[in-house]
Design a protein around this ligand. Sequence first.
Ligand code: 8IG
Length: 279
Amino acid sequence: MDSSASTEPCDPLADPHALARDAARVIAERTGIGRHHIALVLGSGWGQAGELVGATLASVDNIDVPGFGAAAVAGHTGVIRSVAVGDTGKHALVYGTRTHFYEGRGVDAVVHGVRTARATGCETIVLTNGCGGLDPAWRPGTLVLIRDHINLTGATPLRGPTFVDLSDLYSSRLRALAHEVDPSLPEGVYVQFRGPQYETPAEVRMARTIGGDLVGMSTTLEAIAAREAGLQILGISLVTNPAAGISTTPLSHDEVLEAGRAAAPRASALLADIVRRIA
Ligand code: 8IG
């Protein structure tokens, strides 16, 4: 076997936690910020939402940090920023993009940002995404707090007999805090499909039948890894489109980007306010 095979994502001998510690060391060196307190993962439609959190102190290109790939999705930026959270003295680690399971780089690549966040000192992570909505009343641009999830990827970031408890995975304390900022925020159960194709209408009906409110292609594997790492988790979805079969129009990525642009001011303000309260 060729020795370069040891860096393949599915090599059981590779240690993803060691790679995350490496990445955290490089982030500290390149940003000059020795410790971060809260991590933000900006999903589809959330690109500008980090701006109001505070001043960007430093940024690093993903490709310069061990284990991070370049951005694979249009509208995402492959940059990691270190942001001052208002005047709290705390630092946010802001990921402008994420690795999706459908990219085929393996689950460890998907959750690498989460593990790296923990290794930089973060105690809380805010996972955001753009997704399809199952409730027809949730127009494009609706923000929804994730109350719980259903992981339909068939994958897990955990290895071996690691029996992690997922009760209250999306912290009820942090959801209550978000509700202090905006009491009108609805909550929902996020269903992760593998993607990259959107669902069929029948799959959307199934998601509804099993208790889902939102359908998407991210977040659940990251939340599991975050819980394993001991992070507090807040999940916020931006409904960018009605899920397939909920409305009569076909889904398009342009629609997703447009809904994101339209909802950006509200999403940004909400995120900034929440992050300051957490910090
Ligand atoms: I943005 O309708 C976005 N991401 N699976 N289904 C799935 N992922 C999505 C959708 C959607 N919209």
